[in-house]
Design a protein around this ligand. Sequence first.
Ligand code: 5GP
Length: 192
Amino acid sequence: MKIGQSYEGTIKRQIYSAEEIAAAIERLAGRIAADFTGQPLLLLGVLKGALYVVTDLARAIALVPDGPSEIVVDYLCVSSYGNATRTSGEVRLLKDTTATVTGKNVVIVEDIVDNGLTLEYLSALLAERGPARLASCVLFDKPYHRRVDVALNYVGLRCPDEFVVGYGLDYQELFRNLPYLAQLQPWVFRVE
Ligand code: 5GP
């Protein structure tokens, strides 16, 4: 896949293609749809990183026969403190859900899980509100530096132990709209 001028020379290697990501989303959708057959479902995307995961996942679930009886998509927005390529676990809630969580079947949809602290924070926050069921779905799993043993119910693809960008994941707000997952050239991190 050829990329545009703005990303020219910045990509070291492609890790997962757009097609591989689409296939993973379809597999996740099938599993979630089967687990919530005939029941209402609230998909909660964690912005900004999960913006594509949750929209693609919601549409893929809609195409599964015998899936949930209804699907509501909502978002919350968090920012994590840390350095440019690793979070510290100090999570700040920037935008809460609009939908009520109490009594609902909720699936938290995350882009990537690394040390696990962001998902742990969100799971605790939402569990306090008394959902009927609370599950987590993550597209990319980086299991190498977990600091907490957070439960992942639906996992898409294993991610190498690298800082990655694309398909919603950014480096300093750039690269989110790359349609594939990629590793950046080292020089990108040295440019201010
Ligand atoms: P955790 O709290 O599990 O360490 O990290 C979760 C969040 O850190 C993700 O939602 C994402 O925003 C960010 N993150 C973790 N690993 C990566 C990575 O390789 N690339 C990018 N762009 N963000 C990451």
